[in-house]
Design a protein around this ligand. Sequence first.
Ligand code: 5GP
Ligand code: MG
Length: 177
Amino acid sequence: MRQNMSVLIHRDRIANRVRELAMEIGSAYNGQAVVVIGILGGAFVFMADLVRQADFVSQVDFLWLESYEGQKSTGKIKVRQEANVDMQGKDILILDDILDTGLTLGFTREYVLNQGAKSVRAAVLLKKDRENVDPALAENVGFTIPDKFVIGYGLDYNGKYRHLPDICVMEPEKENL
Ligand code: 5GP
Ligand code: MG
């Protein structure tokens, strides 16, 4: 681990909470199977762990969005790859790594409804503790964390560190590699 990183949430705590989330979401859907859309790149690890413990999955697909450069949101969303699945009349569960400003989930919820989805729900592993973010954007939240830049368990810094098993805080502007 580099000097400018420290563990915020250990892999064991993540595993326990993901298991609980799978049950919480499952009971919200009450035995019904839904289409799961993961937002790439950050959601891939969370999604892989969650769907393998879930009893509510009919199909899995991905929407690849980009909004970050380094440690900052650009405030704009670029669609790198659209989802393929037919959402018409379907119940859709969106999965993302983290809810920060809400731009990504706001965009994705609208995207899914524009594709004709019957219902939309969103679950995130992390939510930053900050003001002026609509809590209705994510129905299920794993952990609320301080408003700091985090990496690991799917979350990157300029494409790096997604593979780290723990969620770590990265200190601002100390990366030189
Ligand atoms: P929002 O659109 O809610 O501001 O941010 C959501 C997206 O921004 C997430 O899907 C994630 O890709 C990225 N993001 C937000 N906060 C962080 C962070 O602390 N670390 C990393 N690596 N990505 C973040
Ligand atoms: Mg993301």
